[in-house]
Design a protein around this ligand. Sequence first.
Ligand SMILES: Nc1nc2c(c(=O)[nH]1)N[C@H]1C(S)=C(S)[C@@H](COP(=O)(O)O)O[C@H]1N2
Ligand SMILES: [Mo]
Length: 512
Amino acid sequence: MARHRAARAFAGLVAFGVVLGVGELLGVLIGPASSPFYAVGATTVDRAPAWAREFAIDTFGTSDKPALFIGMSVILAVLAVGAGLLEQPGRPRGGLVILALAAVGVYAALSRPGATAVAALPTVVGALAGAALLQYSIRLLARSDVRDGVPATPASGWPRRRFLTVVGSAAAVAVAAGATGRYLTDRLTRAVEDRARFLIPRPARPAASVPAGTEVTVPGATPFLTSPAEFYRIDTALRVPRLRTADWRLRIHGMVEREVTLTWDDLAAFEPVERILTLTCVSNEVGGDLAGNARWIGYRMSDLLARAGVRPDADMLLSTSVDGFTCGTPVDAVLDGRDALLAVAMNGEPLPFEHGYPARQVVPGLYGYVSATKWVVDWELTRFDRAEAYWTRRGWAEKAPVRTASRIDVPAAFGRLEPGPVIVAGTAWAQHRGIDRVEVRVDGGPWNDAVLAEEYSLDTWRQWTWRWDATPGTHVLEVRATDGEGRVQDEQRRPPIPDGATGWHSRTVTVG
Ligand SMILES: Nc1nc2c(c(=O)[nH]1)N[C@H]1C(S)=C(S)[C@@H](COP(=O)(O)O)O[C@H]1N2
Ligand SMILES: [Mo]
């Protein structure tokens, strides 16, 4: 049995494929969160320490999920090859590897939000099928070596052919089961059709128009409105939830006068509004691009909450998404008259699935992790001294107003410029306080006032330009903003954890 290394490795890979494929297909019946691959990935994301999340976002950005999937696949492939090489007729040591991993899968599936005992089933059935296949195929391989006590000759090739047929068909079945599982999960939810038929509510008045001069016209500058393709995406969802409006509910409960559950049709009773609002992520590094500005249509969160009647001693709105993510927003911020929205449309379209279809929150002035729950289905009125939200439990601040930030977008980093006049351009934000001043300096020299673009509102970012007479040499450009309350952006360099990065953005350019 020292022979056939490649064949045994292949048998191991196929056995693992069977575990995952069968798990995926059974997951259709029991719920997509019960498929072992998904459950382990999602639990990894939820259990990851804060530094790991920052590392993933810094390294892979919005591709952090594909990166996790690839990482998991590589680890599984190595283990699968190992299991294949370990397995022996009558001694299913590879099968034990499969069962040990299945225990991890079962644990993960059972710890998904709302999981019941049946969530273990896809993993258990898949693992038994995989382990059985591995033992059977290794026996076939052994028989191709020795038949009736006589060493194999080329003539005794039938068990080997049998091995190839069995393992080959199992591979095909595993791939088909996995693909069918994924396809059915998407089809059964019918969310794509639902979104295609979605009727965007029409606000009586559109958002205030964007005055000329809000957007700077320098090539390479950040557009005032972010296109959906450019809008950053940050969330913990390994599979984007696919929720139909017909299945959507918003349950408002906890410290309220009367509990209410709103259906999608109930929303029609509320007044739709349209607003342009800038959303930013606490994980954004100084100079980073985890910020976007969009045109949102939705309902005032305060209108919806009035239905339930918020009791005066509640200070936290704990919102939960359909996949179990939670967010704690100060009740004050939702009720103080700012445009805190339950948004249902973004840039004239139903929300993209990745951005929260069919409904998500947008609250000006607060980082996304404490305010912007996507796929939101539950609002509990509670208190900060009683409840803790997803990221707070993982070491992030319980409250997180957006910090004043500014960024140089043009010229590009480490660009080469001609001496003479150069337009430096960028953006700055301090949502709900506004930007009153932006200054730029060169090589640590005196600060120069940048020209501010037109202010759209306190809740949106503000573009700026500054004309620089560039002289030959290598130079460092730095920027800082002052918010609408007269406070200058914090110079001290701090990492995003626990409540947002601080420090001035700088860019090095070479002239001449
Ligand atoms: N359900 C859910 N909502 C969520 C998150 C999440 O992980 N799950 N992440 C939040 C964070 S950290 C941010 S910054 C914003 C990002 O919104 P976007 O992906 O639409 O840009 O969504 C927030 N809402
Ligand atoms: Mo975020």
